[in-house]
Design a protein around this ligand. Structure first.
Ligand code: NAD
Length: 345
């Protein structure tokens, strides 16, 4: 089948392209290579920007360096697509606050364009949202502070939890718009569309920013000898999900008859706080890194653990990779590609 992956040269997009290419599909990675985390990370060599693209081309994936905001070009590349996996995004809260127009045009208008491409081609489509759409206030006010993490009852959170609670940023708005548009294409056109409300995800091909991709950010900093910055007390918790598990969720969605919005994460078995993650990285690499504590960021969610039972019921999908396994795999990938990073040790 023909699979188009928007944001195909990003972290999740690259993993998705390789997953479907390995299954024998014709895969197109559609990406403008803006890779927003590059503007923030001091450790990336310029050639790292093209790295995922080069890997994909070597594997036979067709790479289109194009923009999802260019509807005409997007339509051309999506012609005849059986499956569109929409991962292209402006994913960071900090950038959304600084540049709301970029955030809106990429996340809201861009998602609308991709849905239109799916509608015109009658393609199955998955769009990617974020657990940030829940908003910080209700969840943050339900937490108990323990030694190394926040906790709460009930432990996991599902699709019925209230949304956009408390102070919200343009990222909350644009991601929620993407969810609503996806649902509207299901309801109004019967499109085989799903929206994955994703928890923190991690894995190879991730270059990790401080507010987007923190497992990779911490791991890379530890390996190249840069200090790690924590915003808040480090007890923030996520049910982190490894990239191969997200790819199998894309696959499970395509092969199911379900539609709509799904909370997708690692669940209880994959819960880890920032402090616990750092400790774990130090143990794997046998190297310690300075940790700098600074103020908690506006709009940050202190806790999220997914109740993914709705998606599991509809598709049978379950995450397989535990944090110890996944973090080791990520660290191996970083070590194999150390030449992409500016080393300080
Ligand atoms: N990484 C996470 O922890 C996480 C958590 C929750 C949700 N998500 C969501 O999952 C999706 C994928 O995230 P990711 O971590 O792979 O992000 P990423 O930043 O690694 O990849 C996004 C890709 O989209 C491309 N892109 C940006 N604007 C574009 C445009 N206008 N046209 C074409 N391409 C464009 C970028 O160049 C980049 O390669 C996003 O929607 C993100 O919000 C990610």
């Amino acid at each position: 089948m023909k699979v188009v992956v928007t944001g195909g040269c990003g972290f999740l997009g690259t993993n998705a392209c390789l997953y479907f290419k390995d299954k024998g599909d014709d895969v197109v990675a559609y990406d403008n290579l803006s890779k927003h985390e590059f503007s923030r990370n001091p450790y990336m060599k310029p050639e790292a920007r093209e790295y995922n693209k080069t890997v994909l081309e070597r594997k036979g994936v067709k790479v289109a360096v194009e923009d999802i905001r260019d509807r005409k070009t997007l339509m051309q590349y999506c012609k005849g697509a059986d499956y569109i996996i929409h991962t292209a995004a402006q994913p960071a809260m900090t950038i959304a606050i600084e540049d709301p127009l970029l955030d809106f045009t990429t996340n809201t208008e861009g998602t609308f364009n991709v849905l239109e491409a799916a509608r015109k081609n009658d393609s199955c489509i998955v769009t990617c949202s974020s657990i940030h759409t829940y908003g910080p206030e209700k969840i943050n006010s339900s937490l108990v502070e323990e030694d190394t993490r926040y906790s709460r009852e009930p432990v996991t959170i599902d699709e019925d939890e209230d949304l956009l609670c408390g102070v919200i940023t343009p990222l909350h708005a644009s991601k929620r718009c993407g969810e609503i548009y996806t649902q509207s294409y299901v309801d109004s056109y019967g499109l085989k569309a799903g929206c994955f409300r994703l928890t923190g995800i991690y894995g190879p091909y991730q270059f990790g920013g401080e507010d987007h991709g923190w497992v990779a950010n911490f791991s890379i900093r530890n390996i190249i000898g840069l200090p790690i910055t924590i915003f808040g007390n480090g007890k923030q918790l996520r049910d982190i999900l490894f990239s191969s598990d997200v790819c199998s969720a894309f696959d499970a969605f395509y092969n199911s008859h379900t539609q709509g919005i799904f909370t997708i994460g690692g669940g209880e078995e994959c819960m880890i706080s920032l402090l616990e993650c750092i400790d774990h990285i130090f143990k794997i690499t046998s190297r310690k890194t300075d940790v700098i504590y600074t103020e908690e960021r506006f709009g940050d969610l202190r806790y999220f653990a997914s109740d993914y039972r709705k998606f599991n019921r509809e598709t049978g999908w379950k995450p397989k990779v535990t944090p110890p396994e996944g973090i080791s795999k990520l660290i191996n990938w970083i070590k194999e590609n150390e030449s992409l990073f500016i080393k300080t040790v």
